[in-house]
Write a protein that binds this ligand. Structure first.
Ligand SMILES: CCCCCCCCCCCCCC(=O)CSCCNC(=O)CCNC(=O)[C@H](O)C(C)(C)COP(=O)(O)OP(=O)(O)OC[C@H]1O[C@@H](n2cnc3c(N)ncnc32)[C@H](O)[C@@H]1OP(=O)(O)O
Ligand SMILES: CCOC(=O)c1cnc2ccc(OC)cc2c1SCCC#N
Length: 384
């Protein structure tokens, strides 16, 4: 299938056989367009300031009404304003990469795309990149080729900062996935998932026995507790050591980075650690983020409370026991479901912890960097 826009971009063609890793094109600042891309006359570019609650709310509302839905239009992601502020303002963020498209007349926000700085190791080599996320065009303005304009504009602004690579994920297949991953789900509120129509009661099984099947303990097996600032140096060392064995993974360069991404923030991010009593060092950690979804058109339920697995490291226990305790924490925090991808070594616990495979794929992509296709288990990166 021809990709009018993507075939013009520095990404491998869908059926390319890639043998070595490296940038696809090498441009310099002279090659970068100095003025913003041209929008259709009714629209204008705008930078959104996440420190202004009204502008943060505009991003929230655009996504709440127009962001990603599953193929059956059962759910639409409902990233909260606090979550978006966390996701968009890591150390080193630039407001100029929080790009909106407004209707000149009404000032209504109808398009958005974001970039945040990140160092991503690809086969051990740290590359300064941006992570692109929250690309959204209002439902009423779809299929007018606005997305390529948003993508070219964020590319231009990133290039002007002398950054030439990006990482992004998508549910759609584009040239060219570096990995294709699967979502897996662990029911916590089984009855609600049946009522919503996500899960089905197996024939001849009562709801009561299905609920029992998915029961989760009330207490953790291990003494895990929320990460504190004092834990950060040893947690960063543990994380970087663990992530260095993956073919694509972030490098958390500073303690400030780690504190930003893993400080527990109510209704946004949860990170629990086990600390060795003698050495006072972090030996194990689980983390998950809070990403609710609107339940579209269900009489009884409006919102799905979903926990998404973030980064987990186990060294004094099995990953299965660690994530088992994450499920206990998620249950205590009233989540309906715990979701994770088959990245890292996650597929080792799906059976024992009673995960069910989802029906959507998540494709991982690199922009302007070719590298041989990776297995899901070689991916050590989670994008929000
Ligand atoms: C060095 C720095 C580099 C930075 C940049 C790196 C690259 C970053 C890339 C972005 C990463 C974002 C990651 C991210 O945010 C996480 S994936 C979530 C994307 N957002 C949504 O799915 C929200 C709901 N959908 C929409 O808002 C629209 O459908 C969107 C805006 C998705 C497309 O709007 P539309 O009105 O439906 O379509 P047109 O405007 O007419 O445009 C059609 C063209 O857009 C291509 N398309 C469709 N979906 C895409 C997607 N998810 N990525 C990339 N491209 C996508 C499509 O293949 C076609 O190109 P082709 O003709 O060549 O096939
Ligand atoms: C109950 C399991 O499904 C989800 O948690 C869920 C929730 N909201 C979504 C919104 C958009 C959406 O578009 C792909 C999917 C979901 C999904 S399933 C895939 C993500 C995961 N896990």
């Amino acid at each position: 299938r021809g990709h009018e826009f993507w075939d013009t971009q520095p990404v491998p063609k869908i059926d390319d056989k890639i043998v070595e890793s490296g940038p696809i094109e090498n441009k310099t600042l002279e090659d970068v367009r100095k003025e913003p891309l041209t929008l259709p006359p009714a629209f204008e570019w705008i930078e959104l300031d996440c420190n202004k609650s009204d502008e943060l709310k505009e991003i929230y509302t655009l996504l709440y009404e127009n962001y990603v839905e599953d193929d059956d239009n059962m759910f639409r992601f409902d990233y909260s304003p606090e979550f978006l502020k966390w996701a968009l303002q890591p150390p080193g963020f630039l407001k100029e990469w929080h790009i909106g498209v407004r209707v000149v007349e009404s000032k209504k926000l109808v398009g958005f795309i974001s970039g945040i700085p990140a160092t991503i190791r690809v086969e051990g080599k740290p590359i300064t990149m941006v992570e692109i996320n929250f690309l959204c065009v209002h439902k009423k303005l779809r299929e007018k080729r606005l997305a390529p304009v948003l993508i070219k504009e964020v590319t231009r602004r990133v290039n002007l900062r002398n950054i030439w690579q990006a990482a992004y994920t998508a549910g759609v297949v584009l040239p060219k996935p570096v990995a294709i991953c699967k979502y897996w789900h662990r029911s916590i509120k089984q009855q609600k998932l049946v009522e919503v129509g996500f899960s089905a009661l197996p024939p001849k099984m009562s709801m009561a026995s299905m609920v029992k099947l998915y029961r989760i303990n009330d207490e953790m097996k291990h003494p895990l507790r929320p990460l504190t600032k004092e834990d950060v140096p040893s947690f960063r060392a543990l994380l970087d050591e663990y992530l260095s064995k993956y073919k694509i993974a972030p490098e958390f360069a500073t303690d400030e980075d780690v504190w930003h991404w893993f400080e527990t923030r109510k209704d946004v991010i949860t990170c629990y650690v086990k600390v060795d009593e003698t050495t006072k060092k972090v030996t194990d950690a689980f983390s998950f983020y809070n990403l609710p979804s609107t339940i579209i058109g269900n009489a009884k339920h409006n919102t799905l409370k979903a926990a998404f697995s973030f980064y987990n490291v186990a060294t004094t226990m099995s990953l299965t026991e660690l994530v088992g305790d994450a499920l206990v924490a998620a249950k205590k925090m009233d989540y309906d479901v715990y979701n994770c991808l088959d990245v890292f070594e996650n597929s080792t616990f799906f059976k024992d912890l009673k995960f069910a495979i989802g029906d959507g794929d998540l494709q991982y992509y690199l922009y302007n960097y070719s590298t041989p296709t990776k297995k899901s288990s070689e991916i050590g990166l989670v994008l929000l």
